[in-house]
Design a protein around this ligand. Structure first.
Ligand SMILES: O=C[C@H](O)[C@@H](O)CC(=O)C(=O)O
Ligand SMILES: [Zn+2]
Length: 276
């Protein structure tokens, strides 16, 4: 498991392109036949992928956690971005269609991932945060997720959010998770942008064709930088940073958050005339 430490916003303004990518961009998380995880010290958020092909994959403990097993003091959110598969939690098997979500509560000892067909594997995207209380392991399909429509065609930011793990949905200790889909012809996400000092966030871009990219914007509103992001790449957003992107085509992205609260409305909108 890779580790990324936190950076002061003033230090951030001194980084060059490669240094920003080294600190905030995550690549190669969804590799066939592997589990890849990255541990961010912003709210101790762990994110990554599990892509089982012919044999199931197990979520292994990691020495960094100094725990007996991965979920001893953690909770886990799983979103399937690929073909049909299943997740088994301590002997209970949950079928996972594309865009199904499974929340796994603290205390689960064995979590395994499998695909129905190796040629079209399930692609499980994983988000995990520390948890000191147990919440029931819960499955939720896209149909049962909370649907929020945002943006409009004139601003090329018409999009639909699907909220799975959130205040009024699947209950968790910290984790908030779902994905956003841009309608065809729309390219802007989360614009005008916002910060939320009480939560960090990670975006994983997907369903972005290989020859397209998203320019992802981060930094404090008066001091922004950008990263060129490709399909299945993720960006860490510190609590003090905006997190917004413009693509060369439409796309989807998973957002996951952890921190002081789970309140979607606890965000500070950056006024357009403030952004530099
Ligand atoms: O804090 C909330 C997160 O940034 C996302 O939910 C925003 C988002 O998906 C969007 O506006 O498209
Ligand atoms: Zn946000």
């Amino acid at each position: 498991m890779q580790t990324r430490y936190g950076i002061h916003p003033t230090h951030f303004t001194r980084l060059n392109t490669q240094e920003i990518r080294d600190e905030y961009l995550a690549t190669g998380l969804l590799q066939e036949g592997r589990i890849e995880l990255l541990h961010s010290h912003y709210d101790r958020f762990i994110f990554g992928g599990a892509v089982p092909t012919t044999t199931p994959l197990s979520l292994e403990n990691d020495d960094d956690l100094r725990a007996e097993f991965f979920l001893e003091r953690r909770e886990l959110g799983i979103l399937n971005l690929g073909g049909a598969g299943a997740v088994t939690v301590d002997g209970t098997r949950y079928s996972m269609a594309r865009f199904d979500c499974l929340y796994v509560g603290r205390g689960a000892r064995e979590v395994t991932f499998s695909s129905s067909a190796a040629a079209n594997p399930a692609r499980f995207y994983l988000n995990s945060a520390p948890s000191h209380a147990e919440h029931p392991t819960t499955h939720c399909s896209q149909q049962d997720a909370n649907r929020v429509e945002l943006g409009n065609k004139d601003h090329a930011n018409q999009r639909v959010l699907y909220q799975y793990i959130h205040e009024n949905g699947i209950q968790s200790s910290q984790l908030v998770m779902g994905f956003t889909e841009l309608l065809p012809g729309n390219i802007w996400n989360t614009f005008p942008p916002h910060t939320h000092e009480r939560r960090m966030e990670v975006y994983l871009y997907f369903d972005l064709p290989e020859d397209e990219l998203v320019m992802h914007f981060m930094g404090q509103p008066r001091e922004t930088r950008h990263l060129a992001v490709r399909n299945f790449e993720a960006v860490i957003s510190p609590p003090w940073s905006i997190h917004s992107g413009a693509g060369t085509a439409n796309y989807r992205f998973v957002w996951g958050m952890a921190g002081e609260n789970q309140s979607f409305s606890d965000m500070d909108a950056a006024a357009l005339d403030e952004i530099r």
